[in-house]
Design a protein around this ligand. Structure first.
Ligand code: ASP
Length: 323
C-alpha cells in the first residue's frame, strides 16, 4: 500500500526454529520477547528509518535477549567457546556483508553493518577480531550460565577422560541434538526498500571452524524484490541455497508465497529442517517451516501477529499480495 508517496512499512522477525518452545520458557514468554522487539522496530520504521537501519536495530535487540541463540546467550561450540556469525543484506543496493565465527562482541550485526561500506565485505574469525580492535569496540562476554550448564551437561562424559575432545564427535552433532536458535529480521521501509539480517551462535557443539549458513547468501539474502532470513540446520539451508533461491524466484516474477511453497516442496524431498521469514516489494509477508516450531512475529501495518502456535506439520503461510 502507498500513501502520500510513502509505502506502508512491513516487518517480520524470528528467534529460530526447532523442536519445542520448552527450553525457551514457553509460548507466552517467547511471544512477549518477540512482540517487544516488533513494537520497537516497527515504531522506528514509522519514524522514517531505512529498512537497513531497522534490521540492524532489530538484530541488536534480539542479540541482547539471552533466550535466543545469537549475541548474549549464544551456544557453545565443541571446544566450549562461543563463535558467532552474522550477515546483513541491503536489497536496494543488493549488497551483502557479514562476519563468520567472531568472538567477544556484543553485537556481531554491527560488524556486518560496518562492512557494508568496506571493499572487503565478509570477514572471518581473525579478520573480524582485527576489525573489532580497529573500531575499538569493547570486549564482551556473551556467555550465560544456562549455556555453560548445557555444555557441561552434554560434555559430562568428557570429564572422566584425561583430555576433552576439542573437536565435535559425530554423535554430539546429530541434528536432533543440535541447539538450533539464531535470530533474523526482514523489513520493508517507507521508501519501499528491503533488507534482511541474520545473527547466530551456530548449531552448538559444532567442529571448530564450521561455517554457518547465517553469514552466507544461502541463509540471508535480499534484492529490491524480496528479502529472506533463514534458521535451522545450516547444512540443510546451504544445500538448498534457500534464501537465495526464494529471492531469485521472486525477482524473476513469482509471487512470494508461490516462490516459498515451491522451494519448500523441493526441500522436503530431502527432509530438510529449517524455518524462513520473508517480505517482498509489494509488502507481502511470508513465513514457513519444516521443523516443528518457528519463533517468528510480524507487523503488517495493522497489527502484530506470530507463528508460535502453528501446527507442527511443515507449513508455508503469508499475508498480503504475494501469492
Ligand atoms: N542456521 C544456524 C546454523 O546452522 C543455526 C540456527 O538457525 O539455529 O548455524
Amino acid at each position: 500500500m502507498v500513501l502520500d508517496g510513502r509505502v506502508q512499512p512491513k516487518l517480520i522477525i524470528h528467534g529460530g526454529a526447532g523442536s519445542s518452545l520448552k527450553g525457551k520458557g514457553g509460548v507466552e514468554v517467547v511471544r512477549h520477547s518477540l512482540f517487544k522487539v516488533v513494537e520497537e522496530v516497527y515504531a522506528f520504521l514509522l519514524s522514517g528509518a531505512s529498512a537497513l537501519d531497522a534490521v540492524v536495530r532489530g538484530c541488536e535487540l534480539l542479540e541482547d535477549d539471552p533466550r535466543f541463540n545469537a549475541g548474549t546467550g549464544s551456544v557453545l561450540q565443541s571446544d566450549g567457546q562461543i563463535r558467532m556469525s552474522a550477515a546483513l543484506m541491503d536489497g536496494d543496493r543488493r549488497r551483502f556483508s557479514g562476519v563468520i565465527n567472531v568472538s567477544r562482541v556484543q553485537h556481531p550485526i554491527d560488524l556486518a553493518q560496518t562492512l557494508q561500506n568496506s571493499p572487503d565485505r565478509v570477514l572471518s574469525d581473525y579478520g573480524a577480531a582485527e576489525l573489532l580492535r580497529e573500531l575499538q569496540i569493547p570486549s564482551y562476554d556473551a556467555l550465560t550460565d544456562l549455556r555453560l550448564q548445557e555444555w557441561i551437561q552434554e560434555r559430562q562424559e568428557n570429564f572422566v577422560k584425561t583430555m576433552a575432545g576439542v573437536v565435535a564427535e559425530q554423535e554430539l552433532v546429530e541434528p536432533s541434538n543440535a541447539r538450533r536458535g539464531t535470530i533474523g529480521v526482514v523489513a520493508l521501509d517507507e521508501q519501499g526498500r528491503l533488507a534482511a539480517g541474520t545473527s547466530t551462535g551456530g548449531k552448538g557443539f559444532e567442529r571448530i571452524g564450521r561455517v554457518s549458513d547465517s553469514a552466507m547468501p544461502a541463509g540471508n539474502y535480499a534484492t529490491a524484490h524480496a528479502a529472506v532470513s533463514c534458521t535451522g540446520i545450516g547444512e540443510d539451508i546451504i544445500d538448498e541455497c534457500l534464501a537465495g533461491r526464494i529471492v531469485v524466484r521472486v525477482t524473476d516474477g513469482l509471487p512470494l508465497l508461490v516462490a516459498m511453497k515451491r522451494s519448500f516442496s523441493e526441500a522436503q524431498e530431502h527432509q530438510r529442517d529449517f524455518g524462513v521469514i520473508a517480505i517482498d516489494a509489494t509488502g507481502a509477508i511470508a513465513w514457513g517451516k519444516t521443523s516443528e516450531v518457528l519463533l517468528a512475529a510480524y507487523h503488517d501495518g495493522q497489527q502484530i501477529g506470530d507463528t508460535l502456535e502453528m501446527s507442527e506439520e511443515p507449513i508455508v503461510q503469508g499475508l498480503g499480495d504475494g501469492g
